[in-house]
Design a protein around this ligand. Sequence first.
Ligand code: CAA
Length: 258
Amino acid sequence: MAYETIIVEIEDHVATIKLNRPDALNALNSQLLSELATALADADANEKVRCIILTGSAKAFAAGADIKEMSEKSFVEMYMSDFFGSESQAICSVRKPIIAAVSGYALGGGCELAMMCDFIIASDTAKFGQPEINLGVVAGIGGTQRLTRFVGKSKSMDMHLTGRFMDAEEAERAGLVSRVVPAKSLMEEAQSAAAKIAEKSMLATYAVKEAVNRAYETTLAEGLLVERRLFHSLFATEDQKEGMAAFLEKRTPQFRDR
Ligand code: CAA
């Protein structure tokens, strides 16, 4: 499919989706989010793809929802269209791992989009923020909820109430990002992480996503039960037999997603 606001490349089992509205610092408008949701669903359904990387430009992962598109909207229009609700749900329902490779600004909806991914690798130039307060609104696609779970109430309140930006070092200290790398190595690092993920059994990969995401949705006791049952159920797979046999035979496992 031909996209206008994103670029999709598939190579070596990894789909890389690049947000591509350079004139607006990749601001998220309806077209971009709709194209992104379609591209992610396609990658999820494509048997060749085993991991997805979502990235932007050197200057901006995404500088937020598109203020030009939103500025004149009424409450009725926002509410009745459930603005960005279905796109957010579509992004979060992808079962394959998504790595956000973030350089430059990840603000407002951009920060929220990065947090919808499974983990964030940041370049040392990355800047995260939830500056919606400066526009007289609040975050609208998960910022108050996800940032609080990532960094705790105090820092989340600080970010949302002051609208200040957090640099990559602070984001790593706070647990928002999993690694920080020099800007020039960002894509190499993301591709190397994606290649490692692509080697694993997809059965175990899906189980990891389900179990870790459950940690945000349920009690500890329920989450532990889900994890234990997923662990037990993987013993019904050929990949478990292969993975453990390969370890004992001191060789590389050949996973077949069975
Ligand atoms: N929406 C629409 N256009 C945007 C944009 C956005 N969120 N962010 C940047 N742009 C546009 C600018 O309007 C500008 O366009 P023109 O050249 O046509 O004027 C172009 O991108 C370049 O931006 P700047 O000239 O402002 O670049 P800068 O380097 O001086 O500043 C910046 C960079 C600090 C990121 C600044 O652009 C900025 O503050 N952007 C807005 C950030 C923001 O408030 N994000 C939250 C949006 S609301 C939201 O996201 C709600 C939600 O939770 C869903």
